[in-house]
Ligand binder design. Structure first.
Ligand code: NAD
Ligand code: IPM
Ligand code: MN
Length: 359
């Protein structure tokens, strides 16, 4: 198939991990006979430096026209002055809003070979398989902001329609899994959370085959560590989802491992690892590319409907996590390029095997 993929490498380790993911997509195209066309555009801090705008109009127009968008990361100390007028992160938020990608899927699994890296005891990590569905285009991230010399505010606002569409997506996804939805809120304090909870309760009636439970976000932060294998689909608002998924990444062993898919109602989507620009290791060629590569697998699955190809990439990553080489964040000493090459080699072996099998 033909696909037009826009890449937004961004800042810090963003370009390093995006290059690895593109190499994997190129290999998929070669092995499975597809025609992927890549078009790179600036976003974030590098775009501010070049044009003063963290999301230049040409970058946005290209993303809107693409079959899918693959993003690295934005931000870094260079642009982090709390009094700065413009910030890299504004570009990413504007992009998510403009693409209408309200459902951010962040799958978490713990690879057995990495269980020892987790701060939790190994037995707690068996059977951990959680799909976080984070609302991505509402809440405090997008409400009105005010700032004076002695006060500031961020409005947190949700409409029923905004809650309903992401919650329905979570229930639909649960039907393809273990049919269990945990909705996380702070309904004991926040009005937005009470609207969220009552909307979930109403929608749950349409999914009698799916078990639903409600959990307050503070205790959820604890339960994720004490009983991570209890959870199947976890749906929550923007800010809670941001925080809980970085916590969840610690169970997997590193923030560098987790991918994400941001989806709206169309087929296109925005795919990015959940980690940031990792300024402490940027430019050294040591970033873990697995989160970005697995994001490319999600792109194949969700935007291009190439399930066989997505599974091939995931199997190749699985093999590399089992046998190495491993990057520094997961206890090895391999660089980004070595991990990428190992994934490419695993992909090639598997692809050859499956072609032989098909013949
Ligand atoms: P971060 O995710 O960049 O880094 C946190 C820690 O995880 C660091 O020690 C880093 O080295 C490590 N880490 C992250 N990705 C890694 C990888 N692929 N391989 C190995 N180690 C990895 O979070 P931060 O330091 O809080 O934020 C830095 C900047 O990134 C900020 O400007 C923030 O706004 C931005 N950010 C961007 C995104 C995004 O673009 N989607 C996501 C999160 C943070
Ligand atoms: C993420 C990041 C972003 C977020 C920032 C960079 C705006 O932390 O993708 O998780 O908070 O959504
Ligand atoms: Mn985050």
């Amino acid at each position: 198939m033909k696909a037009h993929i826009v890449t937004l490498p961004g800042d810090g380790v963003g370009p390093e991990v995006t290059a690895a993911a593109v190499a994997v997509l190129d290999a998929v195209a070669a092995h499975f006979d597809h025609d992927f066309r890549f078009e790179e555009h600036p976003i974030g801090g590098c775009a501010i430096d070049a044009s003063g705008d963290p999301l230049p109009p040409a970058s946005l127009a290209a993303c809107k026209a693409a079959d899918a968008v693959l993003l690295g990361a934005v931000g870094g100390p260079r642009w982090s002055d709390p009094n700065a007028r413009v910030r890299p992160e504004q570009g990413l938020l504007a992009l998510r809003a403009a693409l209408g990608v309200y459902a951010n899927l962040r799958p978490l699994q713990v690879h057995p070979a990495l269980a020892a890296l987790s701060p939790l005891k190994n037995e707690k990590l068996k059977h951990v398989d959680v799909l976080f569905v984070r609302e991505l285009t509402g809440g405090a991230y997008f409400g009105a902001k005010t700032r004076t010399s002695d006060s500031a505010s961020d409005e947190c606002r949700y409409t029923v329609a905004e809650v309903e569409r992401v919650v329905r997506r979570a229930f639909e996804l649960a039907r393809g899994r273990r049919r269990h939805v945990t909705s996380v809120d702070k309904a004991n304090v926040l009005e937005t959370s009470r609207l969220w909870r009552s909307t979930v309760q109403r929608i749950a009636a349409d999914y009698p085959d799916v078990k639903v439970e409600h959990q307050l976000v503070d205790s959820m932060a604890m339960l994720l560590l004490t009983q991570p294998s209890r959870y199947d689909v976890v749906v929550t608002e923007n800010l809670f989802g941001d925080i809980l998924t970085d916590e969840a990444a610690a169970l997997a062993g590193s923030l560098g491992l987790l991918p994400s898919a941001s989806l709206g109602d169309g087929r296109s989507g925005l795919y990015e690892p959940i980690h940031g620009s990792a300024p402490d290791i940027a430019g050294q060629g040591v970033a873990n590319p697995v989160g970005a590569i697995l994001s490319a697998a999600l792109l194949l699955r969700h935007s291009l409907s190439l399930e066989r190809e997505a599974l091939a990439v995931e199997a190749a990553v699985d093999r590399v996590l089992s046998h190495g080489p491993h990057s520094r964040d997961i206890g090895g000493n391999a660089g980004t390029a070595q991990v990428r090459d190992a994934v490419l080699a695993a992909l090639e072996e598997d692809a050859c095997a499956s072609v032989t099998f098909l013949r």
